[in-house]
Design a protein around this ligand. Sequence first.
Ligand code: HEC
Length: 135
Amino acid sequence: MRLLIPTALCLSLAAASAVLAAAAPRDFLSTYEASARSTDPGFGASATRGAAFFTSRHGSDWSCATCHTATPTAIGRHAATGKVIQPLAPSANSARLTDPAKVDKWFRRNCSDVLGRACTPKEKADVVAWLLSIR
Ligand code: HEC
């Protein structure tokens, strides 16, 4: 009985934090779009622009597609380590665009590698719109 209460408390805390941390792929589109609209009220995300952004080199040796391929349903490979990277499109990989901490971390790291700076909310909205458009 003594053990039961702390265990139950732990389980419910874990469940609550899982609910807080989880997000649906569309939430990222809304968040980035809203952020972009705070400076450009007419902005609307474009899957076409997202695809072009993803496959462009932006002046560096790598594009996003270098590691992820230009096909979001395909398995990629890290350009430096050779490690396999599972598909980015939520339609091909249900774990994608569900964990805000992971999405933030990898946008930060990958944009810095490819663009030498953070991606803007507009760029992120376009990329997410493209990933969501893939069935
Ligand atoms: C040098 C290789 C490399 C490049 C270039 C790269 N990525 Fe990634 N990306 C990774 C790796 C490694 C991960 C994390 C491993 C995983 O989640 O499978 C990742 C994860 C991600 C995720 C996480 C998605 C999720 O929900 O799990 C997003 C979004 C992403 N990349 C977008 C981009 C964009 C946009 C670009 C171009 C600006 C880019 N990547 C360029 C290697 C790369």
